[in-house]
Each structure stands twice: as structure tokens, then as C-alpha cells.
Design a protein around this ligand. Structure first.
Ligand SMILES: C[S@@+](CC[C@H](N)C(=O)[O-])C[C@H]1O[C@@H](n2cnc3c(N)ncnc32)[C@H](O)[C@@H]1O
Length: 229
């Protein structure tokens, strides 16, 4: 559409100027339509950056490779509404403090990403059994290789945690998004044993007070919310 405008318009602007104008108008529309605030810079810069990339003469195979990698990481986000982002170093430290040092226990990370959190906790708590469930193929593969190559003692399942029974765990950890929290609480309440802990990084369960919360000193100033079942 922009190209048609460029061809037919009496105004002579360079392609970069047209694309900046397009980005500017899309940004304003996005704001008027009250889209989430991060859409505005995305609209603003998408076309100019596209043009810029075309001038770089990069082989199309790289774009295909990047697309495939993104698909293998974020392809299921459309359904799960939970993208990949990793627990901060501070979250790792605070979680490690919460876990028992002497008694045996079991821990599951719902959506274990690339396995970094599991590796850290399994290394510091030899008395625990750590399990991760991850549905995105590439993060699962990375955590699998990490486990094999670095010999960290955690186990992994490639799949959907909604099909997994939580009753085997003393601690269930989730760093997801606001979307699944209400349904997750239903599953937690139904399946988790009395006395076990459900910990959510950042996202609350609507209407259910945690028994404890720990403020983290990380980039997003997140909080660990803890419920005792
Ligand atoms: C925000 S990341 C957290 C990664 C890791 N737990 C951490 O704390 O560093 C959430 C992860 O959950 C995964 N995920 C989302 N829904 C899932 C589901 N239903 N079953 C398994 N994994 C899921 C996503 O693919 C993503 O890797």
C-alpha cells in the first residue's frame, strides 16, 4: 500500500521518508486504538528497519534460520500466552534460600525454559530432585544438552504441564504470565499435597492472598509469591 502511494503521490519523498511516515501514522493509530504501549515503537520502527535490513544484502538463508529459531522458541506462545523469559539471578538466589538444605524434597519448574534455574538449584541442593517441563522445542533441546553435557542432576519432560500431575512435588515453581494463573490455581488446589509450596514469580493468583511474598532486587523489581497448600 505504501509502495502504491509512493508511486502515485505527487509528493516526492525518499523510500526511507515514506516508510518513516508510515511508521509514524501506524504509531499514532496504535495509540488511538489503545494498543499496549510496546506496540507504538514497534509500529514506528518496523518499516524503516525493514528498509535498512534490505540495504545490508544479507543472504535470505539467515532470515529463514532466524524465523525457524523464533518459531521453535515462540511458536506455541499464541496458544499458551506465555513467552520465554528467564528468572533473574536474584530469583535464583532467593529460591535457593527457600529450599530445604538437609531433607529430601522434589521441585518442578512449570515451563523450564533453557534449564538455567534447574541447573543452579540442582547444583546447590544435592538433597533435592529437580524436574522441568517445557513445551517449546528449542529451549527444551538446550536444557536437555545442558543437562547431558554439564551433568546437572535434573530430569526433563518435553510436553505440556497441564497434562502433568503436581501431587508428586513438594515445591511447584511457575514463572509464566497473568493469563494462566487462575486456571493454574485450580489445578494446584486440586492436586498439590497439604504442606507443599506453590511459588509464582511476578504473577499473582487473582483473589488469593499468598502466605508470603519476597521482593526481588532485579531489573523488573519482581516479586516471588508463595502459597502454602
Ligand atoms: C517465562 S519462561 C520461564 C523459564 C524458566 N522457568 C525460568 O524461570 O527461567 C516460561 C516458559 O514456559 C513455557 N511454557 C508455557 N506454557 C507451557 C506449558 N503449558 N507447558 C510447558 N511449558 C510451557 C514457555 O515455552 C517458556 O519457556
Amino acid at each position: 500500500m505504501v509502495l502504491t502511494l509512493v508511486n502515485q503521490s505527487a509528493i516526492t519523498l525518499s523510500l526511507l521518508e515514506w516508510s518513516s511516515l508510515q511508521g509514524f501514522l501506524a504509531g499514532i493509530l496504535s495509540s488511538l486504538l489503545r494498543q499496549p504501549v510496546w506496540w507504538i515503537p514497534m509500529h514506528l520502527f518496523f518499516s524503516p528497519l525493514l528498509l535498512l535490513m534490505l540495504t545490508l544484502d544479507i543472504s535470505p538463508s539467515w532470515y529463514l534460520l532466524a524465523f525457524a529459531a523464533l518459531l521453535l522458541i515462540y511458536g506455541k506462545t499464541f496458544r499458551t500466552r506465555v513467552p520465554l523469559y528467564l528468572s533473574s539471578k536474584d530469583a535464583n538466589i532467593e529460591l535457593a534460600k527457600l529450599l530445604p538444605r538437609d531433607t529430601a524434597f522434589s521441585f518442578v519448574d512449570l515451563g523450564s525454559g533453557c534449564g538455567g534455574l534447574l541447573k543452579n538449584l540442582a547444583d546447590s541442593h544435592k538433597n533435592g530432585h529437580f524436574h522441568g517441563i517445557e513445551s517449546a522445542p528449542l529451549p527444551f533441546l538446550i536444557s536437555h544438552l545442558r543437562n547431558r553435557l554439564l551433568g546437572s542432576p535434573f530430569t526433563l519432560t518435553w510436553g505440556d504441564f497441564w497434562h502433568h500431575d503436581f501431587s508428586n512435588y513438594d515445591v511447584v515453581y511457575a514463572y509464566l504470565s497473568p493469563v494462566p494463573m487462575e486456571a493454574l490455581w485450580q489445578k494446584v488446589s486440586k492436586e498439590m499435597r497439604t504442606g507443599s509450596l506453590f511459588i509464582s514469580n511476578t504473577f499473582i493468583v487473582p483473589g488469593v492472598q499468598p502466605y508470603k511474598s519476597i521482593k526481588l532486587n532485579d531489573f523488573s523489581h519482581s516479586t516471588l509469591f508463595i502459597w502454602k497448600i
